[in-house]
Write a new protein. Structure first.
Ligand SMILES: Nc1ncnc2c1ncn2[C@@H]1O[C@H](COP(=O)(O)OP(=O)(O)OP(=O)(O)O)[C@@H](O)[C@H]1O
Length: 241
């Protein structure tokens, strides 16, 4: 459904994304991993339209997204969360979610039933009237995900959703994301450095290094790939097997 062909992006002399081709399929959870500076967040910014690519093409269900603004892509159902949280601090949980509801409604879509249940699954139900700036860090991360779900997304990209979470919170997040997988047919793209989390959640994984794809496959295939071990996993990594 979402297809990237030969996508590239340079910042001055730094080629952050090089000739990346990949497909995100409906109903599939796809992991994106790689060392710091590999180009993961830049790729998400290119897909969501915060950055424009310097070469390549991007299509959603065969329709070109090239040159389309980030706002228009959101209306088309491309949703994302940010590595550095971007909620509206002075708005309540419910009001933050309403912002996305409004965008979805403008595009003739809605996800009210999904969001109502997501509030429970992501353990935010009791905080719906709290201002975002009163929430704990893990709750803010979960709010970003529920807000993205309110877009009724076709593609949902999560940039380091488990960052800063303890193991218990990470496990709860994994369960909630598995619930999302069962409820929607959106394509999920998940970036994270917690390999245990990624390997257990994702059906397919793409590995970036220095802006380029060095491997793509099942968690087992990528964890056994020599180039991936050399560039990222290292020998004796607990999550490699
Ligand atoms: N706005 C920008 N201007 C200049 N260089 C940038 C910009 N954004 C990213 N870069 C560079 O592009 C490269 C890829 O960065 P990016 O943030 O996409 O990597 P990443 O894989 O998400 O890293 P991390 O795991 O640390 O978040 C890096 O060399 C980074 O310094």
């Amino acid at each position: 459904m979402l297809e990237l062909k030969g996508l590239s992006k340079s910042f001055g002399g730094v080629q952050a994304v090089r000739d990346v081709s990949m497909r995100l399929a409906a109903g599939q959870v796809h992991g994106l991993i790689g060392p710091n500076g590999a180009g993961k967040s830049t790729l998400v910014n290119l897909i969501s339209g915060l950055l424009s690519h310097s070469a390549g093409t991007l299509t959603l269900d065969g329709r070109s997204l090239d040159g389309m603004s980030a706002a228009r892509r959101a209306e088309c159902g491309i949703a994302r969360t940010f590595q550095n949280l971007r909620v509206f601090p002075a708005l309540t949980v419910e009001q933050n979610i309403d912002v996305a509801r409004y965008t979805a409604a403008r595009a003739g879509r809605g996800a009210d039933a999904l969001v109502a249940e997501a509030m429970v699954q992501f353990d935010l139900d009791s905080r719906r009237n709290s201002r975002a700036d009163a929430l704990a860090y893990g709750q803010l991360r979960r709010l970003e995900i529920v807000r993205a779900l309110a877009l009724a997304p076709r593609v949902l990209m999560l940039d380091e959703p488990a960052a800063g979470m303890n193991e218990q919170e990470t496990q709860a997040l994994g369960r909630a994301l598995n619930w999302v997988r069962g409820q929607t047919d959106c394509a999920l793209l998940v970036i994270d450095h917690d390999l245990k989390f990624i390997m257990s959640l994702c059906e397919r994984i793409t590995v970036l290094n220095m802006g380029a794809v060095i491997a793509e496959g099942t968690p087992r295939e990528v964890s056994e790939n020599r180039q991936v071990i050399d560039a990222y996993l290292g020998e004796g990594n607990d999550h490699a097997a």
